[in-house]
Design a protein around this ligand. Sequence first.
Ligand code: ATP
Length: 688
Amino acid sequence: MPSMAQNGRVTTDFKQSNQAHNSNAFARREEIRQQRESLPIASVKERLIEEVKKHDVLIIVGETGSGKTTQIPQFLFSAGFCREGKSVGITQPRRVAAVTVAKRVAEECGVELGQKVGYSIRFDDRTSGVTRIKYMTDGLLLREALLDPYLSRYSVVIVDEAHERTVHTDVLLGLLKNSQDRKFPPLKLIIMSASLDARVFSEYFGGARAVHIQGRQHPVDILYTLYPEKDYVDAALVTIFQIHLEERHGDILVFLTGQEEIEAVERLVQERLRQLPESNRKLVTVPIFSSLPSEQQMRVFMPAPDGHHVDSHIQVVLATNIAETSVTIPGIKFVIDPGFVKARSYDPAKGMESLIIIPTSKAQALQRSGRAGREGPGKCFRLYPESEFEKLEDSTKPEIKRCNLANVILQLKALGVDDIFGFDFIEKPSRAAIVKSLEHLFLLGALTDDCKLSDPVGHQMARLPLDPIYSKALILASQFNCLEEMLITVAMLSVDSVFYAPREKLDESRTAAKCFASPDGDHITLINVYRAAEDLLEKRKWVPHTERNEKIFKAKSEKIFKRWCKENFINGRSVRHARDIHSQIRGHVEQMGLRITSCGDDMLQFRRCLAASFFINAALKQPEGNYRAFGTGQVVQIHPSSVLFQSKVECVVFNEMVQTTNKYIRNVTRIEYMWLTELAPHYYTMQS
Ligand SMILES: Nc1ncnc2c1ncn2[C@@H]1O[C@H](COP(=O)(O)OP(=O)(O)OP(=O)(O)O)[C@@H](O)[C@H]1O
């Protein structure tokens, strides 16, 4: 039989498809070239380069979609800023933006991702020795500064979307200001956003130069409701279907506040679709939120294979604010913005951090509308009246003013900044918040009596990219011989709820959850769920290990896993995310040389380790049935989602305190009170 390669017809076909491929690639390059040239920023390229040459700190304000994020790094590259092995580093507040923008810029440059253009985010590095344009999260650059305080590999650092004022951006600006004063030649710094109060930044950097770029590529119509909406989820649903039935062309991006809300809307859309005639059901939902595994997040950035024509499905992207800045989602023509966001809030007096739903700022509303109109004209439906828009805050309150600072202080200490009160923050956090966080780190053993980073514990904790209390738990677990279990626990605590309890099936879901429940509490219950999932996804029983079997096994186990999740009311996405995090932190602790062993069935040992780790969050049962938290003295109840809800255990440790109708503690495990005085005497002798 002639081989395929010798067969003339096949070869001819191959040549044709190769030609077709070349002409497609040529057309794509041409399209990108034209698109780049028509961006407002293209006409001010030379002027911008001159400004960067002249000023060490430059603030650039330009409308969403004007081309700042994708073009300015390329301008700097072509102007010679990457000579002698130096790079341009661009920070983004969010991972998704760093990844997708880097991909786009690599394509614009006609290079493979990870070569000239790359990205680096926590646990995922796509750069190489030849990378000269590097996108990354602000948190990652902060970590790089731990190893190289002058960031000497960069000639320019661009802090993008600075209006978001994430805690990392604020700390980074402080460090860069500090290092600029001391380094020669100074590192060039560009601060960028579409919605920036340039004055704040300019004053901070001693009257730094600010330039404004006018214009955007495509118009976006902003529409408001006539009256305030009582139920914004319902209003969003109505708007989705209105656009679906009236407009027909173009995808929709809806901003919601979190995973639960997104999943509820997914279900509601399905329900309403079923009520429509078959021909009107061409609508698919795609979720994107931060705890979704990254490959699933990337689904929304994949262009529809058949383009978007009248007969194809309309994509409804249901997103949290992770899709708010920098990103371009192909096909999006309509944005629905209910005007709310889930934000962190911190009460230093109670040591309580919580997530609350609040109205967005004007800056956020502007960013959201900017996600439409990127490939053509767009529309943004704000689900509130115009008069309400005027009442919104101009910008978001800086995160540093509303979060627990323990992590930041740990990082600063590791960077050699010992005097936290004297650190030149762009906006100082409150003294009470700093004191509380120092106290917290001290109790965890990360700081010495004179407030220096302790050796080795403080240094080890600073190396782990986790909340300090979890980092400490991992370090302790290696001494308690239960690091296996603690790695799973920390991974499961880092994701959204793994149990899913739909209102209409509350009893069924509670019965299902009982299969995993441990009478000792939620931490062991979480381990049970994780291990059961792992069994389904990984255990190869009798199948010999071949490539083909591997494929079959994978497909089968995926199917079984999905069914298992459904039957047990388990959120498969959360479990997958936990597996992802687990393998990443495992890598870190291995690198640190911690001993990874399992306590096997000796869960007493594990619970003792939980007590030693989370002793700051312990609570004792009160005669009337409530619990009183040590430390803050607050009266709390065990959350109904806990396996210890309505149990009679005397003493517990917990991970989270939330305030809804009552003050609840979540993720709770039973411990013995005596363990606290034995394992955390420095705290409990102080308390008594
Ligand atoms: N991944 C992508 N796919 C298709 N087009 C893209 C992509 N990324 C960027 N573009 C195009 O480039 C334009 C400029 O994007 P860029 O992110 O540089 O703008 P920007 O000024 O930084 O906006 P923003 O302030 O919203 O981040 C977009 O409006 C879009 O037309």
